[in-house]
Design a protein around this ligand. Structure first.
Ligand SMILES: Cc1cc2nc3c(=O)[nH]c(=O)nc-3n(C[C@H](O)[C@H](O)[C@H](O)COP(=O)(O)O)c2cc1C
Length: 260
C-alpha cells in the first residue's frame, strides 16, 4: 500500500473542498491508502467569529508524529500575505523532532492553495513553503506533467505548476470551479503514481538472487560466503549481482525485475 496523507488548514472551507477532489485523485490508485487531516487552529473562537468563519470540517487533527507514518503528504492551505498561514507554520514548526531523527527523509510532498485574487500569491506561497521540504529531505512533487488548462485565458482558474488551486474572490464567495476541481484530481493522481512507484521499488527483495533492498535503498548481499566456497563462483555471483543492481536502477519496477 502507498500511504498518502492530505493535511489542510482552512478558514472558509475552500481548501477542504479542494482537498476532497485531491483525495479522489489519490483514490484512483487501488493500492493507495489516503487519510485527510487538519492542523490545529491557533486563533481564538472570538476572532474566528469576527471573521465570519464557518465551523471547521469534521476531520481529525493531525499531530507532528503522525506525519512519519505516511509515504507522501499533500499540504493544502489558503494564502496569507503571499505565503502559508501561521496555523500551518505553527504545525510545521512542531516537527523539529522529526527533523532531528530524519523521520521524513525520502518521503514525498506537494501543495495546493487558495487565494482571494488571481495574483494573490499562490506561487509565492509554494516557493516559500518548499523550504520545509528541503530541510526535512522530503522530495517536492510539482504539478507539472498533467497540468490541464495551463494556457487557458477564457476564465479565471487557480493553480499552477506548483500545485492545484482555487480563487475565492475577496469575500470568499466564489465556489471552486469544475476546472479547478479537475486539476486537483489530476494532482492527486499524479502524486500517488510517483510515490507509489518509489514505494514499490524500495520494497523489492530479490531473495533468489541474494540481493535485498531495504526502505533506505541499502543493498544487502545475503550470500553467506564461507571459506569453503569456491572463489570463482563467488566472483561470478558478484558480477551477476552488480548487473542486477544496475538494472534495478534502470527499470526501477519490482514486477518487471522479478520476472527475469
Ligand atoms: C490575514 C489574511 C491574509 C490574506 N492574504 C491573502 C493574500 O496574500 N493573497 C490573497 O489572494 N488572499 C489572501 N487572503 C484571502 C485568503 O487567501 C482566502 O480567504 C482563502 O484563500 C480562502 O480559503 P479557505 O476558504 O480555505 O479559508 C488573506 C486572508 C486573510 C484572513
Amino acid at each position: 500500500m502507498t500511504k498518502i496523507f492530505i493535511v489542510i488548514y482552512t478558514t472558509y472551507t475552500h481548501i477542504y473542498q479542494l482537498a476532497l477532489e485531491v483525495k479522489k485523485g489519490v483514490e484512483s490508485d487501488p493500492e493507495a491508502e489516503v487519510e485527510l487531516f487538519q492542523v490545529p487552529e491557533t486563533l481564538p473562537q472570538e476572532v474566528l467569529t469576527k471573521m465570519h468563519a464557518p465551523p471547521k470540517p469534521d476531520i481529525p487533527i493531525i499531530t507532528a508524529a503522525k506525519l512519519a507514518e505516511a509515504d507522501g503528504f499533500l499540504f493544502g492551505f489558503p494564502t496569507r500575505f503571499g505565503t502559508l498561514p501561521a496555523q500551518f507554520q505553527s504545525f510545521l514548526d512542531s516537527t523539529g523532532q522529526l527533523w532531528s531523527t530524519g523521520a521524513l527523509k525520502r518521503k514525498f510532498g506537494g501543495f495546493f492553495f487558495s487565494t482571494s485574487g488571481q495574483h494573490g500569491g499562490q506561487e509565492t506561497t509554494a516557493f516559500t513553503s518548499v523550504t520545509y521540504f528541503a530541510h526535512h529531505g522530503v522530495n517536492f512533487v510539482p504539478l507539472s506533467t498533467g497540468l490541464p488548462y495551463q494556457g487557458e485565458t477564457s476564465e479565471v482558474i487557480g493553480g499552477s505548476f506548483w500545485g492545484s488551486g482555487t480563487i475565492t474572490g475577496s469575500d470568499a464567495s466564489r465556489p471552486i470551479s469544475e476546472k479547478e476541481k479537475e486539476v486537483a484530481r489530476v494532482q492527486g493522481k499524479e502524486f500517488v503514481e510517483i510515490v507509489g512507484t518509489y514505494v514499490r521499488g524500495t520494497k523489492v527483495s530479490i531473495v533468489n538472487d541474494e540481493i535485498s533492498v531495504d526502505n533506505n535503498n541499502n543493498y544487502t548481499n545475503n550470500d553467506v560466503s564461507t571459506t569453503t566456497q569456491d572463489a570463482r563462483t563467488r566472483s561470478i555471483k558478484k558480477e551477476k549481482n552488480e548487473k542486477k543492481k544496475k538494472r534495478f536502477w534502470i527499470c526501477c519496477k519490482s514486477d518487471s525485475f522479478l520476472d527475469d
